[in-house]
Design a protein around this ligand. Structure first.
Ligand SMILES: Nc1ncnc2c1ncn2[C@@H]1O[C@H](COP(=O)(O)OP(=O)(O)OP(=O)(O)O)[C@@H](O)[C@H]1O
Length: 277
């Protein structure tokens, strides 16, 4: 795999002229795993969609391997970047195996359908994510977690060099969260994939990310190393909870620093505070 390079330069995004996130600058290379944190409603999904040109930007640009993707077709973008949206139910009751195989579309000619090799790739990916048994089930009749795994499988069969994941584990049980993030982490470290992921669990960032980015309630973007970004002050400011840290030993003997919410700070008063502008 040619090592990918994503550069986001001076990007601002929002709706109808209302700026939600502004002045976003970061780069992401093969072998890097960037976790994006931030409270509900600050604009993480909006930022991802704008980075991928699924919605127009209010300024700035996205470069893949040095080229501005504004001029790229959806097919060209899909060959380089796999995207797993936050929640998406396909409108028709296609079989799960077919939805996953549709991820190959980016690599097929305009009128071709998936061939034997494409089906094998889809089967292999479904097997690796533990969803081979869902292949003939209607995608409209599976659970939320199973749907999330199906969408991840669809993105992986694209064989992208860059993977953008919007809360990919929000519906997964504890074991599946660990298995999926281990799998994604392996793709980063062994295959040189570049991953950009949002999560509401700062422990995902502490455990897996090489870099952590954040959007605050003022739509300001920042990025740094996990140990510098995710500290007690950051968690208090971002989520309005006091947090403590513990160290755990991983199966390979390495140490992981993890956080634990200790309770809401006295200043917090609402579950859905309005963003400060
Ligand atoms: N289609 C839309 N039109 C107008 N405003 C929108 C639209 N979609 C989202 N918003 C608003 O834009 C802001 C950012 O939403 P976004 O979904 O990007 O936040 P988020 O950080 O991903 O949230 P969450 O963590 O809850 O998933 C919110 O104020 C939201 O209400």
């Amino acid at each position: 795999m040619t090592p990918p390079h994503l550069a986001v330069q001076g990007l601002s995004c929002g709706y109808g002229g209302r700026v939600v996130v502004h002045d976003v600058d970061f780069t992401l290379s093969g072998g890097e795993f960037l976790c994006l944190l931030g409270p509900n409603g600050v604009g993480k999904t909006t930022l991802f969609k704008t980075v991928l040109r699924l919605m127009p930007s209010l300024g700035g640009r996205t470069l893949v391997d040095g080229e501005d993707i504004a001029g790229w077709s959806r097919r060209m973008i899909a060959r380089a970047v796999g995207y797993v949206p936050q929640a998406h139910t396909p409108p028709f009751p296609f079989e799960v195996g077919l939805v996953v195989a549709m991820g190959r579309t980016a690599h097929l000619g305009p009128l071709s359908s998936p061939g034997r090799d494409d089906v094998l790739i889809a089967e292999e990916v479904m097997d690796s994510l533990g969803i081979a048994h869902l292949a003939y089930r209607a995608c409209t009749e599976i659970s939320g977690g199973e749907r999330q795994l199906m969408l991840l499988a669809r993105a992986l069969v694209q064989q992208p060099r860059i993977l953008v994941l919007d809360e990919p584990t929000s519906a997964l049980d504890f074991g599946n969260q660990a298995r999926i993030l281990d799998h994604v982490s392996q793709l980063v470290h062994q295959s040189g994939m570049a991953v950009l992921m949002t999560t509401h669990d700062p422990n995902h960032a502490l455990r897996y990310a090489t870099h952590v980015a954040s959007v605050d309630r003022g739509g300001r973007f920042s990025v740094g190393l996990p140990g510098d970004m995710v500290n007690a002050d950051y968690l208090k400011e971002t989520y309005e909870v006091d947090a403590g840290f513990v160290e755990a030993s991983l199966a390979n003997g390495a140490k992981a620093r993890l956080c634990l919410a200790l309770g809401r700070t006295t200043s917090s008063h609402s579950l859905t505070r309005q963003p400060r502008r």
